[in-house]
Ligand binder design. Structure first.
Ligand code: PLP
Length: 441
């Protein structure tokens, strides 16, 4: 939550590195005034800070220099982002045919892509084999059989990882915790199901088993769970070595690294994360007497999240005496579902002018026909906030555009890339005509 004392401050952990307030009070991102952006491109708009995104890719690449690093496209995906990922030397994690199509359209090398999904369609598996996707993460016994049958039909061998649940509960929100047994992803290590799946892959004759994949959830700030998961995965590798006489060469530990949404959040740096995962895997391998496999991670939010902000314009301000001030903006749950789904608290600031008014509590809400349409539940904004003001919400680069929806037949906002004082639309604004075109009457 923004506190009452820092209403104009831009805490570096919460805002892109390029964010600064000009002496006239107007926020600049990527060297561009948000007032100019609002005039040129309208509001609401997602701002994509290319420098921040590129820098975060590079930081992960450097810190995890001895790992394979896959950017998780589900966090935020467009062709420009894909090209930045490629230039930074990262690989790409996709989980649908749609994400794969964007990656291929941007020219991303298929052999550097991993395909996820707990219920891949035949068409997605067909495309993965046809395009030569580097790794397919198989998520069930059914899928092992389906993929193996397809591979046999096409006389090819697919390189696969088996998605396992290591029985680890992280501090991720219930809606996206995926390391424990009682959820839809993965095959449990406990009870031998994962070992059975591995045997099934090895016996298929059509699948090239590279290792296993674990993913604990998202927005994880307490990173101890990664070490536990790595240890359990390595114990499984030791079992595979004993049973089948093979050393699995790779281990993918997934993504989930948290970012700061509030001043209270202190996420680990990529260097700290890499050191911790490297050490946990090495310790477990030593304990079990096996060689350390090639490790991989899949950061999504930690790369895209802080590289994005959302720009809104205030429509109405309603001051309910003795109760609360409601500041309504021109977007809401259609462009950011996360406050409703996860209760996420975002930083918000008055972005288009200076104000000397004292800070006052306010609730920033959207324009949708639902009382749960809240953008920032407990904000502090200058007491003179008024209709026509611009507000910027930070840390919306991950899981906002990618989770945007058309609630109330609202067209989705554009993505405007900003960099070095220049701005350009990289995903255009949807129009009502776009939506009507889908409705065949
Ligand atoms: N890898 C897998 C398999 C995922 O399911 C996800 C997200 O849910 C990620 C990576 C990326 O997670 P995050 O954006 O939290 O890093």
């Amino acid at each position: 939550m923004t506190t009452s004392t820092d209403v104009n401050a831009l805490l570096p952990r919460l805002w892109p590195r390029t964010a600064m307030r000009h002496p006239d009070g107007v926020l600049r991102i990527g060297g561009v005034s948000v007032a100019d952006l609002a005039d040129r491109f309208g509001t609401p708009a997602y701002l994509f800070d290319e420098h921040e995104f590129r820098t975060r890719c590079t930081e992960f690449r450097a810190a995890f220099h001895d790992f394979d690093v896959y950017y998780a496209a589900k966090a935020f995906l467009c062709k420009v982002a894909v090209r930045l990922v490629a230039q930074a030397g990262l690989n790409l994690d996709v989980c649908t045919g749609g994400e794969l199509a964007v990656a291929l359209a941007a020219g991303f090398p298929p052999e550097r892509i991993v395909l996820h999904g707990n219920n891949k369609s035949a068409a997605e598996m067909h495309d993965a084999l046809g395009y030569g996707v580097g790794r397919v993460v198989v998520d069930s016994l059914d899928e092992i059989d389906q993929l193996a049958a397809l591979a046999r039909r096409y006389r090819t061998r697919a390189r696969v990882l088996v998605r396992v649940t290591a029985g680890v509960r992280s501090d991720a929100h219930d809606h996206n915790a995926t390391g424990h047994l009682d959820q839809k992803f993965g095959i449990p290590v406990d009870g031998g199901a994962a070992a059975e799946a591995i045997g099934r892959v090895l016996g298929s004759g059509a699948l090239d088993l590279r290792g296993v994949h674990t993913h604990l959830g998202s927005q994880i700030l307490d990173t101890t769970a990664y070490g536990i998961a790595a240890g359990r995965a390595i114990a499984l590798y030791a079992g595979v070595a004993a049973t089948h006489g093979i050393q699995l060469p790779e281990l993918n530990l997934g993504g989930g690294f948290g970012i700061a949404y509030t001043e209270a959040d202190h996420p680990a740096t990529p260097a700290e994360l890499a050191a911790q995962l490297r050490r946990a895997a090495a310790d477990a391998c030593r304990e079990h007497g096996i060689a350390t496999p090639r490790l991989a991670v899949e950061p999504g939010r930690a790369i895209a999240g802080p590289a994005g902000c959302t720009l809104y314009r205030v429509g109405t301000v309603k001051r309910i005496d003795g109760v609360r001030t409601y500041v309504s903006v021109d977007g809401g749950v259609s462009d950011n579902i996360r406050p409703a789904l996860f209760g996420t608290r975002y930083p918000v600031t008055l972005a288009g002018r200076a104000s000397a008014a004292p800070p006052a509590p306010a609730r920033v809400v959207g324009r949708h026909c639902d009382a749960g349409d809240i953008v920032v539940r407990d904000a502090f904004l200058p007491a003179d906030v008024r209709s026509g003001d611009l507000l910027a919400v930070a840390a919306t680069g991950a899981y906002c555009r990618s989770w945007a929806n058309n609630f109330n037949h609202t067209p989705r906002p554009p993505v405007v890339a900003v960099s070095g004082g220049q701005a350009r639309v990289v995903v255009r604004r949807e129009t009502v005509e776009d939506l009507l075109r889908l409705d065949l009457g």
